[in-house]
Design a protein around this ligand. Structure first.
Ligand code: FMN
Length: 157
């Protein structure tokens, strides 16, 4: 089944997950890159990013190419920001009406991703959402992450 992994990553965790998962399932990847680079470092990045989430900001993205009809299955991967998928994902979903089979992957540093999955599912009314996977600090747990991705890949067949 031809699969595309669409992802956003600020600090590399979701990128690592997306590229490893692409190797496992033989998928293509599409990285979403906001036009305005992040200005904040350290703790202030939480304020900066949290504000974007709370105000439902849709950051403009660098041009990308996406043709839904090329794929039978889509995977969306994002870090959790203030209990939501990152705003770049919201921008992408506002610009594209996705349908068909979708799987969701979140990376975070703890806590539940239930609300984030629920919120993003609301933005995908025409999709059959298959599985969801939450991965804790993937760059610090690389071997464990790859094992989890291998198990998860079985659900996409
Ligand atoms: C603005 C911002 C908000 C965040 N909010 C949460 C959160 O609500 N819960 C959580 O567990 N981690 C939160 N994190 C941590 C990230 O979800 C986590 O480090 C993630 O794996 C980073 O992925 P990336 O390296 O692909 O950017 C937040 C990080 C940022 C920058």
């Amino acid at each position: 089944m031809k699969t595309l992994i669409i992802y956003y990553s600020l600090e590399g965790n979701t990128k690592f997950v997306s590229l490893e998962f692409a190797k496992i399932v033989g998928a293509n990847t599409l990285e979403l890159v906001p036009k305005k680079p992040i200005k904040a470092r350290g703790f202030s990045k939480y304020i900066w990013g949290g504000k974007q989430v709370v105000t439902n900001e849709l950051p403009k993205l660098e041009p990308y190419s996406f043709n839904q009809s090329d794929y039978q299955q889509i995977v969306i991967a994002s870090p959790i920001w203030a209990s939501h998928f990152a705003p770049a994902i919201a921008t992408f979903l506002s610009e594209n009406k996705i349908n068909g089979k979708i799987a969701l992957i979140a990376t975070n540093e703890g806590g539940s991703c239930k609300k984030a999955f629920h919120k993003v599912k609301e933005k995908l009314p025409n999709c059959e959402i298959i599985p969801t996977l939450n991965l804790l600090s993937p760059l610090r747990n690389q071997e464990e992450t790859i094992e989890k991705l291998k198990i998860f890949s079985e659900k996409l067949k």
